[in-house]
Design a protein around this ligand. Structure first.
Ligand SMILES: *[C@@H]1O[C@H](CO)[C@@H](O)[C@H](O)[C@H]1NC(C)=O
Ligand SMILES: *[C@@H]1O[C@H](CO)[C@@H](O)[C@H](O)[C@H]1NC(C)=O
Ligand SMILES: *[C@@H]1O[C@H](CO)[C@@H](O)[C@H](O)[C@H]1NC(C)=O
Ligand SMILES: *[C@@H]1O[C@H](CO)[C@@H](O)[C@H](O)[C@H]1NC(C)=O
Ligand SMILES: *[C@@H]1O[C@H](CO)[C@@H](O)[C@H](O)[C@H]1NC(C)=O
Ligand SMILES: *[C@@H]1O[C@H](CO)[C@@H](O)[C@H](O)[C@H]1NC(C)=O
Ligand SMILES: *[C@@H]1O[C@H](CO)[C@@H](O)[C@H](O)[C@H]1NC(C)=O
Ligand SMILES: *[C@@H]1O[C@H](CO)[C@@H](O)[C@H](O)[C@H]1NC(C)=O
Length: 502
C-alpha cells in the first residue's frame, strides 16, 4: 500500500518532457475490457461502458495544508487544464482539482472556508479480468495531495460553511444578487461572510473556476487564487421562498417553493464550444413534488464578468427506485451538443444509510427533443412544471437512459471492492458526486477515461476540523474510480476543456 506522503514524493521526483503524445494502448486493452462492456443507445448513437480500469483512495485521516482533514473531496472534481498526459509506458498523469462541500458537519454546520485542492495522479489502467487485491488495486490510480486554495469574497473576507441565517443585499463587483449569509458572532457582523455549500466545479482554461452551491442555489465565479468575481442567481422558481414569499436560504427546513433543503445545484459542466455553462438541481423543486422532474439550466458565459444570461432550461426525469424514491443527481458532465452524463444514486454504501447499493450510476440523457422552458411562466414559483409530481403535458422532458453501473459486483471484485456486507473500507462508498473525462488517445478517439470520486463527509476517527480533533465514530476513505467509456462526439469538448490541441 503506497502511503499518501510516499506517493507525493514519487510523483515529484520524476521528470517529464513537455508535450508527450498520448500512447497507443495495446489492442488487447479495449478487447479485454469490452468483454465486460455494456452498450446503450441514445438518439441513434451507441455508447459503451468498457468497464472499470482504475481505483484509488485517499485515507479518511489524510490532512491538507491548513491542518484540516482533507474530506469531502469527491463533491466535485475536474482535471486541471494543461496537465493531462499519456506516458510512453502506457500510464497517464495529470492533476485533479477537487472541491469539498462544507466541512465536517455531521453534528452541526461549521465556519468552514470554501476551498479547492490540487491532487496529482498517475493512472495505470488495468483491464485484465484477474482479481487484484485491495492493496494492489490502489496502484492503478495513485493520488498525491499537492496544495490548497482558500476562497474569499470582497475585502478578502473568508467564505463560511455555516447554515445561512441571514440575507445580505446585493454587493457591487460580484453580481447584483442578494447573498446567503450566516449569523456570525457579533464581532464578525460588520464583515458579513458569504456562505457556500460547494457541489459542482468547472475549471476554465484561464485558471478561473465556476462553483455551484446548494444554499442559494447559486453559481459563483472565482479567480485562480480564490477571489469571488461573479455570482449567478437562478430563476425565482428555484430560489427558496418561505410561505410569506420571503427568501430564506436555510438548509435546515424545506422552503414553500424552490429547491428543497440540501437539494441545490449539485451538477455543473461547461460546453467549451459555445461557452455554455449547464447546471442541474439535485431533485425537483418543492412545487414540482420534490421528486423526479428536476431541471437543467444553461447560461451563456461568453462574457462572464459582464452578464451571464439564462439561455435554456429543460426538465430531466431522474430514475425512481422500486419504492418510488428518486435517485437524485449528484453531478452532470457535458458529452456533446444536447447529451450529458448524469450521476444518479441512492444513499447506500460505505458511510451511507445501508450496505447494499441498489442504484449508483453514471447515466446518459439527451435534451435534443426536450422542451426549452426558459423565460416562460415556469420560471415563477406559482407555475410548477410537475404539480404534485405529475409532469405538465405541454413539456417534453429529456430522454434518459441507464449507462455505467458503479456497483457491478464483477467489476468491483477485479479491484478488491464489493457491494453489500461487510461494511468496511472495501465496500463501495455511498456518496459519489463527481465526474471528469480525459481522452484515451489517438488510437481510440471516441474512448475516454471517466473519473469519479466519492464525498466521505469527512468521516474519520482521527479527524481535524478547524484545527480541533474530532472522532466521527467511523472511517470512510475518499474513493476514486476510473471507467473506460466510448462516447462518440465527446472528443472536441473534452480536448478543448483540457487544453489539448485538436
Ligand atoms: C429525437 O426525435 C427523433 C425523431 O423522432 C428521434 O429520431 C431521435 O432518436 C430522438 N432523440 C432522442 C435523444 O430522444
Ligand atoms: C492515518 O492512519 C494510519 C493508520 O492508523 C496511520 O498510519 C497514519 O499515520 C495516519 N495518518 C495521519 C495523517 O494521521
Ligand atoms: C510509467 O512511468 C511512471 C513514471 O515513471 C510510473 O509511475 C508508472 O508506474 C509507469 N507505468 C507502468 C505501467 O510501469
Ligand atoms: C471593506 O472593508 C472596509 C473596512 O472595513 C469597509 O469600509 C468597506 O465598506 C468594505 N467594503 C465592502 C464592499 O464591504
Ligand atoms: C429562515 O427560516 C428559519 C427556519 O424556519 C428561521 O429560523 C429563520 O429565522 C428564517 N430566516 C430568515 C432570515 O427569515
Ligand atoms: C453568448 O453571448 C455572446 C456575447 O456575449 C454572443 O455572441 C453569443 O451569440 C451568445 N451565444 C448564445 C448561444 O446565445
Ligand atoms: C474579469 O474580472 C477579473 C477579476 O476582476 C479580471 O482579472 C479579469 O481580467 C476580467 N476579465 C475580463 C475579460 O474583463
Ligand atoms: C401546463 O402548462 C401550461 C403552460 O405551458 C399552462 O397553461 C397549464 O395550465 C399547465 N397545466 C397544468 C395542469 O398545470
Amino acid at each position: 500500500m503506497v502511503s499518501f506522503l510516499l506517493a507525493f514524493h514519487v510523483l515529484t521526483t520524476f521528470r517529464l518532457s513537455g508535450g508527450v503524445r498520448l500512447p497507443k494502448l495495446p489492442r488487447t486493452t479495449a478487447e479485454t475490457a469490452a468483454s465486460a462492456g455494456v452498450s446503450v443507445s441514445l438518439g441513434g448513437i451507441t455508447y459503451v461502458n468498457q468497464g472499470l480500469v482504475g481505483f484509488g483512495r485517499i485515507p479518511s485521516n489524510a490532512t491538507e495544508s491548513t491542518g484540516d482533514t482533507i474530506g469531502g473531496i469527491g463533491s466535485a472534481i475536474a482535471i486541471k487544464p494543461g496537465t493531462w498526459r499519456g506516458l510512453e509506458n502506457g500510464s497517464f498523469i495529470g492533476t485533479l482539482v477537487v472541491q469539498p462541500d462544507r466541512g465536517f458537519n455531521v453534528i452541526s454546520t461549521i465556519d468552514y472556508q470554501a476551498r479547492r485542492h490540487e491532487i496529482d495522479f498517475i493512472l495505470n489502467p488495468y483491464s485484465s479480468t484477474a482479481k487484484l487485491t485491495f492493496a494492489a488495486a490502489q496502484q492503478t490510480l495513485v493520488l498525491s495531495y499537492k496544495n490548497t486554495v482558500l476562497e474569499v469574497e470582497r475585502n478578502n473576507t473568508k467564505t463560511s460553511g455555516l447554515d445561512p441565517a441571514a440575507i445580505r443585499a446585493a454587493m457591487a463587483g460580484a453580481g447584483n444578487n442578494p447573498l446567503a449569509d450566516p449569523q456570525m458572532p457579533i464581532a464578525s457582523i460588520a464583515e458579513p461572510h458569504l456562505t457556500i455549500d460547494a457541489e459542482g466545479l468547472v475549471a476554465n482554461l484561464d485558471g478561473t473556476y465556476w462553483t455551484s452551491d446548494e444554499y442559494g442555489p447559486y453559481i459563483y465565479h472565482f479567480t485562480a487564487d480564490g477571489h469571488l468575481i461573479q455570482t449567478i442567481q437562478p430563476p425565482a422558481a428555484i430560489l427558496p421562498f418561505d410561505s410569506h414569499g420571503n427568501l430564506n436560504f436555510t438548509a435546515n427546513v424545506d422552503p414553500a417553493t424552490g429547491r428543497g433543503a440540501n437539494q441545490g445545484f449539485e451538477g455543473l459542466t461547461l460546453d467549451t464550444t459555445t461557452n455554455t455553462l449547464y447546471v442541474i438541481l439535485q431533485s425537483a423543486t418543492i412545487q414540482d413534488g420534490a421528486l423526479q422532474y428536476t431541471r437543467l439550466f444553461a447560461y451563456n458565459v461568453s462574457e462572464p464578468n459582464v452578464s451571464v444570461p439564462l439561455v435554456g432550461e429543460w426538465v430531466v426525469p431522474l430514475p425512481l427506485s422500486s419504492s418510488g424514491k428518486v435517485e437524485a443527481t449528484s453531478e452532470i458532465h457535458f458529452v456533446s451538443e444536447g447529451v450529458f452524463l448524469c450521476l444518479a444514486r441512492d444513499g447506500n454504501g460505505h458511510g451511507g444509510s445501508g450496505d447494499k447499493i441498489k442504484y449508483k450510476h453514471a447515466d446518459l440523457f439527451s435534451i435534443v427533443n426536450a422542451t426549452d422552458i426558459h423565460g416562460t411562466s415556469f420560471d415563477l414559483p406559482s407555475t410548477p412544471v410537475a404539480p404534485k409530481g405529475v409532469l405538465n403535458k405541454s413539456i417534453t422532458p429529456a430522454t434518459y437512459v441507464s449507462f455505467v453501473d458503479y456497483a457491478d459486483s464483477t467489476q468491483l471484485a477485479r479491484f478488491g471492492l464489493h457491494n453489500g456486507d461487510p461494511d468496511d473500507n472495501t465496500l463501495l462508498d455511498a456518496k459519489w458526486e463527481s465526474l471528469a473525462l480525459a481522452p484515451v488517445g489517438d488510437s481510440a478517439p471516441n474512448d475516454f477515461f471517466l473519473f469519479t470520486a466519492s464525498d466521505n463527509d469527512f468521516l474519520s476517527t482521527q479527524g481535524i476540523s478547524l484545527g480541533q480533533p474530532y472522532n466521527a465514530g467511523e472511517d470512510v476513505d475518499n474513493q476514486f474510480l476510473v471507467f473506460r467509456v466510448t462516447l462518440p462526439g465527446a472528443s472536441q469538448n473534452v480536448k478543448t476543456a483540457l487544453g489539448i490541441s485538436q
